[in-house]
Write a protein that binds this ligand. Structure first.
Ligand code: XIL
Length: 663
């Protein structure tokens, strides 16, 4: 039975627009032999506006008051107010157990605003799932700035991948107990497109070179995700399920449910498994580094012995449980700090035990899994200083008999970094050591700095990304004798850790899009002749069968116009205005305008937008009320700034990454 207050109808205009754009972005860049399946209309499952004067199923999480309010409203005259909160995790919650179907991707959207008089803060949207008396919490939208003056929209996707006996969505604050309003909550799902069966399987394309893998969670082993995974990949890496916080959250109380599900799926389907990871400074519970009464362990011999015995017990349990099902282990993860003269990260592991935790970890792993390949894994191994410190550590430890078989290169890279030459130098550096090498966590972010944020990946970025995949895989294939596998950190763009790291924004770093369809990046590996040879795609409205007759992609340099005017200037200061016109035919819901100041100018205050400045680089995003920028529409904002020797015009205006004409 569905709750009586829900109402459902088809067509959610915002979502629909996004879905169309996503289709066009792929279509613009890749002339496929057959058009990818088109997205159907999103289906609205829940909609709460509070206009009927009830809380529409929303309740408090624990003791705070949740009641309808007419003090402010996002739409209409009513909202919901949570007050009397005594903890940041309290807030309005809605039960979803009867509404969410496991394996379906839902978009949850809610508008939030702090009550009058509250100081600015941060809010997030989360889901609580309960199972057999234990609760887990998943973030749907990460910490987002909010004030008492404007509504902010939190919108993100969620897939339930566990069996649960309780499920709810809720809004909480990052800290503090401010009273907050919510309004216009919706939950919708996008009917999925079929997994493409008329494109080559990646694993067949790469069969002569190396096995190809993907990081997975529970949701990748059900439904269409599982179909896609089996079709294209040879190996999997559980992305979180084998980490210490997942397997032994409290001492001696092991939890195997998620790891068993994922390793079991792999075994049943003939996929090899990379075990990730046994010892790391993150996702390790605090108890590991404290004694039984909570005192932090020190480097005293007794404390050190306790730590190493815990490490040994952990490895015996985790590695022992999976036996031959896991043939490669990331025994140690991210242990290098290139800024230390000995190259070793000052983690709690190191502080308490020196290098002995590494000796113990590899020795015990070898004893329990004598035929498994044992790896040390790290990020930024292309950076020469880090690469060399890792190489020195591996050669030092191997010389003393520590059983390290291989070096894992994470390869969390982006569309412009690192260079192919530097990546090649990375692979070459380890050849003299006689170790195996694997690429273990590759993804290619569409962002080049933390200030960028695109609601939908721009077509030119996806194309640049395709070139990066093309060139990096061409390099890997040249080094196929050294590389014993290449793993991507995820299966498709609907589920990537980069959506919240290093900042919250939608990223698209993988080979398949949010609807599981092959991206230009996929073709960059599989058949580079299929990606447009010019980095700036210009697709005419009649370019091919995959372009919607009603939506024309415009990604060329004429997609926007920026008119910059200094309206007032005085010694040391100035006031300016910027008008940006969307001269493309694509409406933008949420936008980023960027430019660069040539003379060290600094913005002190900006109105009609939110500004971030990083040195000369400026990025402006909308306020709550001007995020919609229709085709032909204009946004205008103004600011106060400072200057010293000169105040020349900014350069490099872009709208969502597309260069703007000026004037
Ligand atoms: C990431 C997971 O993908 C996220 O789900 C989790 O919240 C944080 O960790 N380097 C690693 C991986 O070695 O374990 C990390 O995985 C990504 C960076």
């Amino acid at each position: 039975m569905r709750a009586p207050w829900t109402r459902r109808h088809r067509l959610l205009p915002g979502l629909l627009a996004l879905a169309c754009l996503a289709t066009v972005a792929v279509a613009a860049a890749v002339p496929l032999t057959t058009p990818p399946a088109r997205a159907a209309d999103p289906v609205l499952v829940l909609d709460a506006t509070f206009e009927d004067g009830t809380t529409q199923g929303f309740r408090s999480r624990a003791g705070e008051t949740v009641a309808v309010s007419t003090a402010v409203a996002h739409g209409g005259t009513h909202s919901l107010l949570a007050s009397g909160r005594t903890a940041s995790w309290q807030g309005p919650a809605l039960d979803l157990l009867d509404e969410m179907v496991k394996g379906t991707r839902y978009t949850l959207t809610v508008w939030v605003r702090l009550a009058a008089g509250q100081s600015p803060g941060q809010v997030r949207l989360s889901v609580q799932r309960d199972s057999g008396g234990t609760s887990a919490y998943d973030q749907v939208v990460g910490d987002t700035a909010v004030t008492a003056d404007a509504w902010v929209r939190l919108s993100g996707t969620y897939v339930l991948a566990h069996d649960v006996d309780g499920l709810s969505a809720y809004v909480e604050t990052a800290s503090g107990t401010a009273d907050l309003h919510i309004d216009d909550f919706t939950m919708a799902y996008q009917p999925t497109k079929p997994v493409q069966t008329d494109i080559p399987a990646l694993r067949e394309v790469l069969a002569a070179d190396f096995p190809i893998g993907a990081a997975i969670g529970n949701r990748q082993v059900i439904g269409d995700q599982a179909v896609l995974l089996r079709r294209h990949f040879d190996t999997v890496t559980p992305g979180n399920a084998l980490k210490w916080d997942a397997t032994q959250p409290t001492e001696g109380a092991f939890r195997w449910a998620d790891a068993d599900t994922q390793v079991g799926f792999a075994t049943d389907n003939g996929l090899a498994v990379r075990g990730h990871t046994l010892v790391w400074h993150q996702q390790t519970p605090a108890w590991v580094f404290t004694d039984t009464d909570g005192t932090p362990l020190t480097s005293e011999p007794a404390d050190k012995a306790l730590l190493l015995s815990r490490l040994e017990a952990h490895i015996r349990a985790v590695v022992g449980r999976y036996g031959d099902a896991i043939g490669v282990w990331d025994v140690a993860n991210e242990v290098i700090d290139e800024n230390q003269s000995d190259g070793l990260r000052r983690s709690r592991w190191y502080e308490i035990s020196g290098v002995d935790y590494l000796r113990t970890a590899f020795r015990v792993a070898r004893e329990v899994a004598p035929t498994a390949k044992l790896y040390v894994n790290d990020y930024n191994t292309n950076v020469p200083a880090k690469r060399d410190k890792l190489r020195d550590l591996v050669s030092r430890l191997r010389a003393e008999g520590v059983p390290i078989d291989g070096v894992g290169h994470q390869m969390h890279v982006n569309v412009q970094w690192p260079s192919i030459a530097e990546t090649e130098a990375m692979l070459r550096a380890f050849i003299p050591l006689g170790v195996e090498q694997q690429v273990t966590e590759m993804d290619v972010s569409i962002y080049v700095d933390n200030g960028e944020s695109f609601p939908t990946p721009p077509a030119d970025r996806l194309l640049t990304q395709a070139y990066r995949y093309r060139d990096l895989f061409a390099l890997y294939r040249r080094y196929a004798d050294e590389l014993t596998s290449v793993t991507l950190w995820g299966l498709a763009d609907d589920d990537t850790w980069l959506d919240t790291f290093p900042v919250a924004r939608k990223d698209a770093p993988l080979l398949f899009d949010t609807e599981l369809q092959a991206k230009p990046a996929y073709w960059g590996i599989v058949d580079p002749t299929r990606i447009n040879p010019t980095p700036t795609p210009t697709v005419s409205p009649t370019a091919g069968p995959t372009v919607s007759p009603t939506v024309t992609p415009t990604t060329g340099p004429d997609s926007c116009r920026a008119a910059y005017t200094v309206t007032n200037q005085w010694p040391g200061g100035f006031q300016a205005s910027l008008k940006v016109t969307n001269t493309g035919v694509r409406a933008r819901d949420g936008w980023t305008v960027r430019w660069r100041f040539p003379d060290g100018q600094l913005i002190s205050q900006l109105w009609n937008g939110t500004v971030r400045q990083d040195g000369p680089d400026v990025a402006v995003t909308p306020t709550s009320w001007n995020s919609a920028l229709p085709a032909g529409g204009t946004v205008e904002f103004g600011f106060l700034g400072s200057w010293s020797t000169s105040n020349s015009r900014p350069v490099g205006f872009t709208l969502d990454g597309l260069a703007c004409a000026t004037g």
